[in-house]
Design a protein around this ligand. Structure first.
Ligand code: 13P
Ligand code: SF4
Length: 336
């Protein structure tokens, strides 16, 4: 096998910025990544929204809850997080003594960006008795201001765990928050954030697709807007959607979430048809531009140079951890 042509010393790497380093096109990226996993005792955790090639080299592919559970229990020395920044931060909080790498540090999240911690602190001060529940899609700084974290898999259980006489602030996703109000019958004080991917689906174009595929079932992630969720036959997290298509009798599904999940759906159900729900414009805006910043080349470079690394202060790790631990406890108690 051809060795990488990038034998550059670390000083040069720092000066140049390692993202600019060219990779010899003859390098077998898959084989090299597999070799480095063994050599460095590294584990690759990938979210379902990653490109399919990355999913295929991952040791674990999952939703935000599953990825957090893996990050807290892995015995690897290095966690390579093929996902976005808040996910890698969560892994670092859960495994502070491990090296956590993210192939592209710019892989952010519009939901996390919509809720800056200083502004949220002021919002929280207006409701001093409220319990703060934050969707895991938020920064580590926001987690330090949070009582209980949740993901779309366990959000109902997390809300139901809070005594009914308590006020609840839910941040940052107003669509998931509104969906939880319906599911739990609780009034939530909502932060006004959204996911740029899940708010772009076109009701009209989906209706047209349903004319073309009359037997197709619409399934949706709860980050979608209410009008899409009301039209959907099933609403759930990415792992929920994946389970649903495996157990449901339908043969065709219109999938209203980031289309990266369709790779696992097709692998699990090769006889079924999965149609990505179209956005309300002509671009591929239903693809998450943050998730898709990670590429095989960046994954390879990141494993080779063990950069970029997620670094958090001791304070953030200490104060951000309790809300994630509470979420994991509630999930365990609910059998999730
Ligand atoms: P889940 O995989 O937990 O459903 O979350 C989806 C998502 O938007 C991650 O950014
Ligand atoms: Fe954030 Fe939405 Fe991308 Fe998920 S799909 S990482 S919520 S921007």
């Amino acid at each position: 096998m051809q060795a990488a042509s990038t034998e550059i010393d670390l000083n040069d790497l720092e000066k140049k910025g390692f993202l600019d380093i060219a990779i010899d096109p003859s390098v077998d990226l898959v084989a090299e990544i597999e070799r480095m996993k063994k050599e460095k005792n590294a584990v690759i955790l990938a979210h379902y929204y990653q490109e399919s090639e990355i999913q295929d080299v991952a040791d674990y592919i999952g939703d935000s809850l599953g990825l957090s559970q893996q990050a807290s229990s892995t015995s690897a020395d290095i966690i390579v997080f093929a996902g976005v920044h808040f996910m890698a931060e969560t892994a670092k909080i859960l495994s502070p003594h491990k090296k956590v790498l993210l192939p592209d540090l710019k892989a952010g999240c519009s939901l996390a960006d919509s809720c800056p911690a200083p502004l949220f602190r002021q919002f929280k001060e207006k409701h001093p008795n409220a319990v703060v529940v934050s969707y895991i899609n938020c920064t580590a700084a926001l987690k330090t201001l949070t009582d209980i974290c949740c993901t779309s898999t366990n959000a109902v259980q997390v809300i139901n765990s809070i005594p009914s006489d308590k006020e609840i602030i839910f941040a940052p996703d107003r669509n998931l928050g509104a969906y939880l109000e319906k599911k739990t019958g609780r009034d939530l004080i909502l932060w006004n954030g959204t996911c740029m991917v899940h708010e772009i689906f076109s009701h009209e174009k989906i209706a047209r697709l349903q004319v073309r595929y009359p037997k197709a079932k619409l399934i949706a992630h709860p980050e979608c807007e209410a009008h899409i969720l009301e039209a959907a036959e099933y609403v759930g997290s990415t792992s929920g959607l994946l389970k649903f298509v495996q157990t449901d009798d339908a043969k065709e599904f219109i999938v209203a979430t980031e289309p990266g999940i369709i790779h696992q759906m097709e692998l699990a159900c090769p006889d079924k048809v999965f149609i990505p729900a179209p956005p309300n414009n002509t671009c591929a805006c239903n693809e998450c531009p943050h998730m898709k910043l990670n590429t095989m080349e960046k994954l390879y470079r990141c494993m080779k140079f063990e950069q970029p690394e997620i670094v958090l202060t001791e304070e953030v790790i200490r104060d951000g951890r309790a809300c994630i631990d509470r979420m994991l406890e509630i999930s365990r108690a609910s059998g999730l």
